[in-house]
Design a protein around this ligand. Structure first.
Ligand code: KE4
Length: 435
C-alpha cells in the first residue's frame, strides 16, 4: 500500500518566519508539533468538522480549537449572533445584560454554581478559584494531581509528583519556590495516598483541584468511588473541592462530569465551550464562597475584557444550541463509533490500542490496557503515536499533536467524516513504520 503524503510548503515558510518574531513560532506551545516531531500547520479556515491549512489541504478536525468548537466551526447561527453583537460595540468595560443571561444559563445547566465570575481564560479561572479557596478557608496548601493541567499560573506549574504526595518543586524556570511550596501533588486514582494526605494535613488544605476526567493525560477516567472519596474528604476536612471542568464542561455531557456522577463540587472552573471559541473562562460555586470575591468580599480578582458582550454572546448562543438543538446521545454514539473503529483497525494490523470516550471527548493510547494514572499513560508507545499522528495528517485527518491530549468530536462530524477517518486509520496502521 503506497505511503500518502501532502505538501505543507506554505506552512513551513510561515513557521520559519514566525519563529523569528514569536517564541517557538506559536502562541501556545503544543501547537508547535514538537511532541509529534513535525512542522505545525498554519490554519487558514475552519468550518463545520473541517479545517483548511494555508497550502489548501483539508482535514477532518479532531482538535476543535482544543475543545470549544463542539457545534463545529463557524456554526451559522453563532456567526449571526456574534455579528449582530459586534455591530453594537466590542467591549464596554461595564456590566451588560448578556453577562446575566450567560450566568443564568450556566446555573441552569450546572446547579452547583450558585454564583459565577466570568474571566478570559481557563488559566484565569483556575488561578482565581484557588485564590478564593485560600481566602475563604484562611489556609494556604492546595492539592493537584499528576497529569492534570489547570493553566499556567505559577502555583500550578509544579514538577509532576511521584506515587506519594510531593511538595511543590517549580516545574518551570521563572516559577519561584515560594509560589509552589504549598502545592501538593498526588498520583490520580490513588485512593490510599489521598486518604493518607488528608489524615496528615487535611486541616491545612485550602483547596483540591482536579480534572474529573483527565483530558491532559490523554483520557484517564476516575476509578469507581474515587471522586466520591474526594468529596467526602473535602467535606470532612473543610477543603474546597474544585472540579476543573474547563475541558469536560458541556463536553462529556451537557452537565459535565459533575452531572454524569451526581457529585456537587464546592467550585467549578470552566472555559473552552462556555465561550464557543471566543476567549472566556469562568469560576463559580457556592454563594458563601463566591461572596468572598471583590467587590463583594476581600479576595481581589479583575479583568479588562471579562464579560465582554461579543464573547459572552458567542457563549450564550453556543450553550443555547447545546441545550435546545442538539442531543448529546448522538454525539456520544458517534464518538464511541470512532474510537471502537480505531481499535478494531489497529487490531487488524497487530497494533495494541486502548481507547475510551465520554460524550464528545475521546482518547486513544498505544498500549493494551487502559491507563488509570498519568504514570501508566506515560508508558504507552509514544513513537507509534507520533507515526500515527503524522500518517493521519497525510491522509487528511488532524488529531491532537500530543500523546497526552484528548480529542474532540463535534456535532458537525457525520457518518462521512467518521468513515473517512477510519479508512485513513486502516491505511496508516498498515504502514505505521513508514511515517
Ligand atoms: P486556558 O488558559 O488554556 O484557556 O485553559 C487552561 C486549562 C485549564 N484546565 C484544563 C482542564 C485545560 O485543559 C486547560 C487548557 N487546555 C489546553 C489543552 N489541553 C489548551 C491548549 C493549549 O495549551 O494550547
Amino acid at each position: 500500500m503506497s505511503r500518502k503524503t501532502l505538501s505543507f510548503t506554505r506552512s513551513q515558510q510561515l513557521f520559519q518566519e514566525a519563529c523569528q518574531i514569536i517564541p517557538g513560532g506559536v502562541n501556545s506551545p503544543v501547537r508547535a508539533f514538537k511532541q509529534v516531531d513535525a512542522h505545525p500547520l498554519f490554519i487558514k479556515k475552519a468550518e463545520g468538522a473541517y479545517v483548511w491549512d494555508v497550502d489548501g489541504n483539508r482535514f477532518v478536525d479532531y482538535v476543535g480549537s482544543w475543545g470549544p468548537a463542539i457545534l463545529g466551526h463557524a456554526h451559522p447561527e453563532v456567526v449571526q449572533a456574534v455579528g449582530e453583537s459586534l455591530s453594537h460595540g466590542f467591549s464596554f468595560g461595564a456590566p451588560c445584560e448578556q453577562e446575566i443571561t450567560l450566568t443564568r444559563k450556566v446555573q441552569e445547566i450546572l446547579p452547583s454554581i450558585e454564583m459565577l465570575r466570568l474571566v478570559s481564560s481557563g488559566t484565569e479561572a483556575c488561578m482565581s478559584a484557588l485564590r478564593v479557596a485560600r481566602g475563604y478557608t484562611g489556609r494556604e496548601k492546595i492539592v493537584k494531581f499528576t497529569g492534570c493541567y489547570h493553566g499556567h499560573a505559577d502555583m500550578l506549574l509544579v514538577k509532576a509528583g511521584s506515587g506519594v504526595a510531593t511538595l511543590g518543586i517549580p516545574g518551570s524556570p521563572g516559577v519561584p519556590q515560594g509560589s509552589t511550596k504549598d502545592t501538593i501533588t498526588l498520583a490520580f486514582n490513588d485512593s490510599e495516598a489521598l486518604k493518607a494526605l488528608f489524615v496528615q494535613q487535611g486541616r491545612d488544605i485550602a483547596g483540591l483541584i482536579v480534572e474529573p476526567i483527565v483530558g491532559n493525560g490523554n483520557f484517564i477516567r476516575p476509578k469507581d468511588g474515587y471522586l466520591e472519596l474526594m468529596r467526602e474528604l473535602c467535606t470532612e476536612y473543610g477543603t474546597v473541592l474544585i472540579f476543573d471542568e474547563v475541558m469536560t464542561g458541556f463536553r462529556v455531557g451537557l452537565k459535565g462530569v459533575q452531572g454524569l456522577k451526581g457529585i456537587k463540587p464546592d467550585m467549578t472552573t470552566l472555559g473552552k465551550v462556555i465561550g464557543g471559541g471566543m476567549p472566556i473562562g469562568a469560576y463559580g460555586g457556592k454563594a458563601e464562597i463566591m461572596n468572598k470575591v471583590a467587590p463583594a468580599g476581600p479576595v481581589y480578582q479583575a479583568g479588562t475584557l471579562s464579560g465582554n458582550p461579543v464573547a459572552v454572546t458567542c457563549g450564550i448562543k453556543t450553550l443555547d444550541l447545546l441545550q435546545n438543538k442538539y442531543a448529546f446521545t448522538d454525539l456520544s454514539r458517534r464518538t464511541r463509533e470512532l474510537v471502537l473503529g480505531l481499535k478494531e483497525r489497529a487490531a487488524r494490523h497487530g497494533v495494541a490500542l486502548s481507547v475510551d470516550s465520554e460524550g464528545g471527548m475521546f482518547g486513544f493510547m498505544f498500549c493494551s490496557e487502559l491507563p488509570t494514572s498519568f504514570e501508566a499513560a506515560a508508558q504507552a508507545n509514544i513513537d507509534q503515536f507520533k507515526r500515527f499522528f503524522r500518517g493521519m495528517l497525510h491522509h487528511g485527518v488532524y488529531l491532537a499533536p500530543s500523546a497526552f491530549e484528548a480529542g474532540f468530536v463535534s456535532f458537525a462530524h457525520g457518518d462521512k467524516e467518521i468513515a473517512a477517518t477510519l479508512e485513513a486509520a486502516d491505511h496508516v496502521f498498515a504502514n505505521l513504520s513508514q511515517y
